[in-house]
Design a protein around this ligand. Structure first.
Ligand SMILES: C[S@@+](CC[C@H](N)C(=O)[O-])C[C@H]1O[C@@H](n2cnc3c(N)ncnc32)[C@H](O)[C@@H]1O
Length: 274
Protein backbone atom coordinates (compact mmCIF):
# COMPACT_ATOMS: atom_id res chain seq x y z
CA UNK A 1 0.00 0.00 0.00
CA UNK A 2 1.44 3.39 -0.88
CA UNK A 3 2.44 5.58 2.04
CA UNK A 4 -0.27 8.22 1.53
CA UNK A 5 -3.05 5.60 1.38
CA UNK A 6 -1.70 4.01 4.59
CA UNK A 7 -1.84 7.44 6.27
CA UNK A 8 -5.44 7.84 5.11
CA UNK A 9 -6.29 4.45 6.54
CA UNK A 10 -4.96 5.51 9.96
CA UNK A 11 -7.01 8.68 9.64
CA UNK A 12 -10.23 6.83 8.80
CA UNK A 13 -9.79 4.30 11.57
CA UNK A 14 -9.39 7.24 13.98
CA UNK A 15 -12.30 9.16 12.51
CA UNK A 16 -14.49 6.06 12.76
CA UNK A 17 -14.01 6.05 16.53
CA UNK A 18 -14.93 9.74 16.70
CA UNK A 19 -18.01 9.27 14.53
CA UNK A 20 -19.26 6.26 16.49
CA UNK A 21 -19.28 8.26 19.71
CA UNK A 22 -20.04 11.76 18.34
CA UNK A 23 -23.31 13.59 17.84
CA UNK A 24 -23.10 14.28 14.10
CA UNK A 25 -23.65 10.69 12.96
CA UNK A 26 -25.76 10.10 16.11
CA UNK A 27 -25.61 6.32 15.80
CA UNK A 28 -27.91 5.69 18.77
CA UNK A 29 -30.51 8.10 17.35
CA UNK A 30 -30.33 6.36 13.97
CA UNK A 31 -30.76 2.92 15.51
CA UNK A 32 -33.66 4.13 17.66
CA UNK A 33 -35.50 5.69 14.71
CA UNK A 34 -33.92 5.31 11.25
CA UNK A 35 -36.94 7.00 9.62
CA UNK A 36 -36.13 10.22 11.44
CA UNK A 37 -32.92 10.49 9.40
CA UNK A 38 -33.96 10.37 5.72
CA UNK A 39 -31.65 11.05 2.79
CA UNK A 40 -31.41 14.70 1.73
CA UNK A 41 -33.34 15.84 -1.38
CA UNK A 42 -30.29 15.66 -3.60
CA UNK A 43 -29.52 12.03 -2.78
CA UNK A 44 -33.17 11.08 -3.22
CA UNK A 45 -33.21 12.79 -6.61
CA UNK A 46 -30.08 11.01 -7.86
CA UNK A 47 -30.65 7.56 -6.41
CA UNK A 48 -34.40 7.32 -6.95
CA UNK A 49 -36.31 4.15 -6.12
CA UNK A 50 -34.04 1.28 -5.08
CA UNK A 51 -36.79 -1.16 -4.04
CA UNK A 52 -35.96 -4.67 -5.17
CA UNK A 53 -32.59 -3.65 -6.60
CA UNK A 54 -29.35 -5.47 -5.76
CA UNK A 55 -27.09 -2.77 -4.42
CA UNK A 56 -23.37 -2.26 -3.78
CA UNK A 57 -22.32 0.79 -1.73
CA UNK A 58 -18.65 1.78 -2.11
CA UNK A 59 -16.73 3.65 0.61
CA UNK A 60 -19.65 3.14 2.96
CA UNK A 61 -17.89 4.37 6.14
CA UNK A 62 -19.92 3.23 9.18
CA UNK A 63 -22.72 2.06 6.92
CA UNK A 64 -25.48 4.51 7.81
CA UNK A 65 -26.29 5.24 4.16
CA UNK A 66 -25.94 1.56 3.26
CA UNK A 67 -28.51 0.68 5.90
CA UNK A 68 -30.81 3.48 4.75
CA UNK A 69 -30.71 1.97 1.25
CA UNK A 70 -31.61 -1.45 2.66
CA UNK A 71 -34.47 0.12 4.60
CA UNK A 72 -35.61 1.75 1.34
CA UNK A 73 -36.04 -1.74 -0.11
CA UNK A 74 -32.72 -2.51 -1.82
CA UNK A 75 -31.83 -6.22 -1.67
CA UNK A 76 -28.58 -8.19 -1.36
CA UNK A 77 -27.07 -4.95 -0.06
CA UNK A 78 -23.32 -4.87 0.42
CA UNK A 79 -21.11 -2.07 1.75
CA UNK A 80 -17.35 -1.85 1.15
CA UNK A 81 -14.78 0.21 3.01
CA UNK A 82 -11.00 -0.07 3.49
CA UNK A 83 -11.11 0.89 7.19
CA UNK A 84 -11.38 -2.23 9.38
CA UNK A 85 -12.85 -0.14 12.18
CA UNK A 86 -15.48 1.35 9.88
CA UNK A 87 -16.48 -2.11 8.66
CA UNK A 88 -16.69 -3.42 12.24
CA UNK A 89 -18.78 -0.39 13.21
CA UNK A 90 -21.09 -0.86 10.21
CA UNK A 91 -21.60 -4.54 11.06
CA UNK A 92 -22.44 -3.66 14.66
CA UNK A 93 -25.06 -1.09 13.59
CA UNK A 94 -26.58 -3.54 11.09
CA UNK A 95 -26.79 -6.15 13.86
CA UNK A 96 -28.54 -3.69 16.18
CA UNK A 97 -31.13 -3.05 13.44
CA UNK A 98 -31.30 -6.74 12.55
CA UNK A 99 -30.72 -5.96 8.87
CA UNK A 100 -29.09 -8.59 6.63
CA UNK A 101 -26.61 -6.18 5.06
CA UNK A 102 -23.07 -7.43 4.43
CA UNK A 103 -20.00 -5.27 4.95
CA UNK A 104 -16.70 -6.15 3.32
CA UNK A 105 -13.30 -4.81 4.18
CA UNK A 106 -11.52 -3.91 0.92
CA UNK A 107 -9.87 -1.18 -1.11
CA UNK A 108 -12.33 -0.09 -3.80
CA UNK A 109 -9.53 -0.33 -6.35
CA UNK A 110 -8.98 -4.03 -5.52
CA UNK A 111 -12.39 -5.54 -4.85
CA UNK A 112 -12.16 -9.19 -3.78
CA UNK A 113 -14.19 -12.15 -5.08
CA UNK A 114 -16.50 -11.72 -2.08
CA UNK A 115 -17.94 -8.78 -4.02
CA UNK A 116 -19.34 -10.73 -6.97
CA UNK A 117 -18.94 -9.59 -10.55
CA UNK A 118 -21.82 -8.75 -12.87
CA UNK A 119 -24.69 -8.87 -10.35
CA UNK A 120 -25.47 -5.39 -9.03
CA UNK A 121 -28.37 -3.34 -10.40
CA UNK A 122 -27.01 -0.30 -8.58
CA UNK A 123 -23.50 0.67 -7.49
CA UNK A 124 -23.50 3.81 -5.39
CA UNK A 125 -20.88 6.09 -3.81
CA UNK A 126 -21.22 9.55 -2.31
CA UNK A 127 -20.02 12.50 -0.30
CA UNK A 128 -16.24 12.48 0.03
CA UNK A 129 -15.05 9.46 -1.93
CA UNK A 130 -12.76 9.84 -4.97
CA UNK A 131 -10.54 12.45 -3.29
CA UNK A 132 -9.07 9.52 -1.31
CA UNK A 133 -8.13 7.56 -4.44
CA UNK A 134 -4.80 8.12 -6.23
CA UNK A 135 -6.28 7.31 -9.64
CA UNK A 136 -9.70 6.54 -11.05
CA UNK A 137 -9.07 4.04 -13.82
CA UNK A 138 -8.92 1.01 -11.54
CA UNK A 139 -11.89 2.36 -9.55
CA UNK A 140 -14.06 2.65 -12.68
CA UNK A 141 -12.91 -0.80 -13.80
CA UNK A 142 -14.13 -2.28 -10.50
CA UNK A 143 -17.49 -0.50 -10.79
CA UNK A 144 -18.03 -1.70 -14.37
CA UNK A 145 -17.10 -5.26 -13.45
CA UNK A 146 -19.55 -5.45 -10.52
CA UNK A 147 -22.54 -3.98 -12.36
CA UNK A 148 -25.07 -6.33 -13.93
CA UNK A 149 -25.78 -5.69 -17.63
CA UNK A 150 -28.14 -2.70 -17.67
CA UNK A 151 -27.16 -1.75 -14.08
CA UNK A 152 -26.47 1.85 -13.05
CA UNK A 153 -23.72 3.60 -11.15
CA UNK A 154 -24.47 6.79 -9.18
CA UNK A 155 -21.89 9.12 -7.71
CA UNK A 156 -22.54 12.34 -5.80
CA UNK A 157 -19.40 14.13 -4.73
CA UNK A 158 -17.56 17.39 -4.32
CA UNK A 159 -17.10 19.25 -7.62
CA UNK A 160 -13.45 19.44 -8.72
CA UNK A 161 -13.96 23.17 -9.33
CA UNK A 162 -14.56 23.69 -5.60
CA UNK A 163 -11.43 21.90 -4.46
CA UNK A 164 -9.09 24.55 -5.90
CA UNK A 165 -10.36 27.24 -3.51
CA UNK A 166 -8.88 28.45 -0.24
CA UNK A 167 -10.42 26.41 2.58
CA UNK A 168 -8.58 28.22 5.37
CA UNK A 169 -9.63 31.84 5.03
CA UNK A 170 -12.77 33.06 6.77
CA UNK A 171 -13.02 36.02 4.35
CA UNK A 172 -15.92 35.32 1.95
CA UNK A 173 -13.66 35.40 -1.10
CA UNK A 174 -12.98 32.56 -3.54
CA UNK A 175 -9.20 32.56 -3.78
CA UNK A 176 -7.39 29.85 -5.72
CA UNK A 177 -5.13 27.89 -3.35
CA UNK A 178 -4.76 24.39 -4.85
CA UNK A 179 -3.89 23.17 -8.35
CA UNK A 180 -6.60 21.68 -10.58
CA UNK A 181 -4.50 19.54 -12.91
CA UNK A 182 -1.87 18.20 -10.49
CA UNK A 183 -1.74 14.44 -9.92
CA UNK A 184 0.36 14.80 -6.78
CA UNK A 185 -1.45 14.25 -3.47
CA UNK A 186 -2.19 17.29 -1.32
CA UNK A 187 -1.15 16.88 2.30
CA UNK A 188 -3.35 18.23 5.11
CA UNK A 189 -3.11 18.23 8.88
CA UNK A 190 -6.53 17.29 10.20
CA UNK A 191 -7.72 18.60 13.57
CA UNK A 192 -10.86 16.84 14.71
CA UNK A 193 -12.96 15.57 11.78
CA UNK A 194 -15.46 17.01 9.30
CA UNK A 195 -18.20 15.73 11.59
CA UNK A 196 -16.62 16.84 14.86
CA UNK A 197 -14.33 19.82 14.37
CA UNK A 198 -13.54 20.26 18.06
CA UNK A 199 -12.51 16.66 18.79
CA UNK A 200 -9.11 16.14 20.38
CA UNK A 201 -7.64 14.37 17.34
CA UNK A 202 -4.77 15.21 14.98
CA UNK A 203 -3.66 13.21 11.94
CA UNK A 204 -2.31 13.78 8.46
CA UNK A 205 -4.37 13.14 5.35
CA UNK A 206 -3.67 13.03 1.63
CA UNK A 207 -6.17 13.96 -1.06
CA UNK A 208 -6.01 13.73 -4.83
CA UNK A 209 -7.53 16.21 -7.24
CA UNK A 210 -9.48 14.57 -10.06
CA UNK A 211 -10.43 16.76 -12.99
CA UNK A 212 -13.92 16.54 -14.42
CA UNK A 213 -12.51 15.01 -17.58
CA UNK A 214 -10.72 12.33 -15.53
CA UNK A 215 -13.92 11.45 -13.64
CA UNK A 216 -16.10 11.20 -16.75
CA UNK A 217 -13.29 9.74 -18.85
CA UNK A 218 -12.58 6.89 -16.41
CA UNK A 219 -16.23 5.78 -16.60
CA UNK A 220 -16.40 6.05 -20.40
CA UNK A 221 -13.09 4.23 -20.81
CA UNK A 222 -14.48 1.30 -18.84
CA UNK A 223 -17.55 0.96 -21.01
CA UNK A 224 -20.15 2.89 -19.00
CA UNK A 225 -22.59 5.29 -20.67
CA UNK A 226 -23.32 8.64 -19.04
CA UNK A 227 -27.09 8.96 -18.52
CA UNK A 228 -27.27 12.08 -16.36
CA UNK A 229 -24.79 14.65 -15.14
CA UNK A 230 -25.77 17.42 -12.73
CA UNK A 231 -23.92 20.28 -11.01
CA UNK A 232 -25.14 21.91 -7.79
CA UNK A 233 -24.58 25.17 -5.88
CA UNK A 234 -24.66 23.22 -2.59
CA UNK A 235 -22.27 20.84 -0.84
CA UNK A 236 -22.87 18.30 1.91
CA UNK A 237 -20.39 19.68 4.42
CA UNK A 238 -18.73 22.99 5.30
CA UNK A 239 -16.03 22.77 2.61
CA UNK A 240 -15.02 26.44 2.91
CA UNK A 241 -14.94 28.31 6.22
CA UNK A 242 -17.41 30.99 5.11
CA UNK A 243 -20.09 28.65 3.81
CA UNK A 244 -23.55 28.77 5.34
CA UNK A 245 -25.83 25.85 6.12
CA UNK A 246 -29.31 25.85 4.59
CA UNK A 247 -32.54 24.50 6.08
CA UNK A 248 -31.93 21.35 4.03
CA UNK A 249 -28.65 20.59 5.83
CA UNK A 250 -26.59 21.41 2.71
CA UNK A 251 -23.98 24.19 2.59
CA UNK A 252 -23.87 27.20 0.25
CA UNK A 253 -21.72 30.22 -0.53
CA UNK A 254 -23.02 33.40 1.06
CA UNK A 255 -24.73 35.98 -1.17
CA UNK A 256 -22.17 37.81 -3.29
CA UNK A 257 -19.32 35.35 -2.66
CA UNK A 258 -19.58 33.75 -6.08
CA UNK A 259 -21.73 31.42 -8.12
CA UNK A 260 -19.77 28.25 -8.81
CA UNK A 261 -20.51 24.52 -8.80
CA UNK A 262 -19.92 22.87 -5.43
CA UNK A 263 -21.01 19.28 -6.04
CA UNK A 264 -21.77 17.08 -9.03
CA UNK A 265 -23.65 13.86 -9.64
CA UNK A 266 -23.31 11.34 -12.44
CA UNK A 267 -25.52 8.40 -13.29
CA UNK A 268 -23.88 6.00 -15.74
CA UNK A 269 -25.12 2.68 -17.02
CA UNK A 270 -23.57 -0.55 -18.19
CA UNK A 271 -24.91 -1.62 -21.59
CA UNK A 272 -27.60 -4.28 -21.31
CA UNK A 273 -25.85 -6.40 -23.90
CA UNK A 274 -22.13 -6.71 -24.60
C1 LIG B 1 -16.32 10.57 3.66
S1 LIG B 1 -16.53 8.83 3.80
C2 LIG B 1 -17.83 8.57 2.66
C3 LIG B 1 -19.08 9.09 3.24
C4 LIG B 1 -20.06 8.02 3.52
N1 LIG B 1 -20.87 7.81 2.34
C5 LIG B 1 -20.95 8.41 4.68
O1 LIG B 1 -22.12 8.59 4.47
O2 LIG B 1 -20.47 8.54 5.79
C6 LIG B 1 -15.16 8.17 2.91
C7 LIG B 1 -14.92 6.69 3.19
O3 LIG B 1 -14.00 6.22 2.20
C8 LIG B 1 -13.21 5.20 2.80
N2 LIG B 1 -12.04 5.01 1.94
C9 LIG B 1 -11.04 5.87 1.68
N3 LIG B 1 -10.19 5.35 0.78
C10 LIG B 1 -10.67 4.12 0.46
C11 LIG B 1 -10.27 3.09 -0.43
N4 LIG B 1 -9.16 3.21 -1.15
N5 LIG B 1 -11.01 1.96 -0.51
C12 LIG B 1 -12.13 1.81 0.24
N6 LIG B 1 -12.58 2.76 1.10
C13 LIG B 1 -11.87 3.90 1.20
C14 LIG B 1 -12.93 5.72 4.19
O4 LIG B 1 -12.57 4.70 5.09
C15 LIG B 1 -14.27 6.38 4.53
O5 LIG B 1 -15.07 5.51 5.28
Amino acid sequence: MREEVAANLRLWDGWTDLHMSGTDYDVDGFVADPESRPFDWLTRDVVGDVAGKRLLHLQCHIGIDTLRLALAGAVDVMGVDFSPRAVAAARSIAARLDLPVRFVHADVRELPDEVPEGVYDVVYTSYGTIMWLPDLDRWAQMIASRLAPGGVFHIIDVHPFLTVFDDVTTEPVLGVRYPYFSREPLRFEEHGSYADRDADFVAESFAWQHTFSEIVGSLLKNGLQIRRLQEYPVVAWKALEFMMEGQDGLWRLPEGAGDVPLMFSITASKPATA
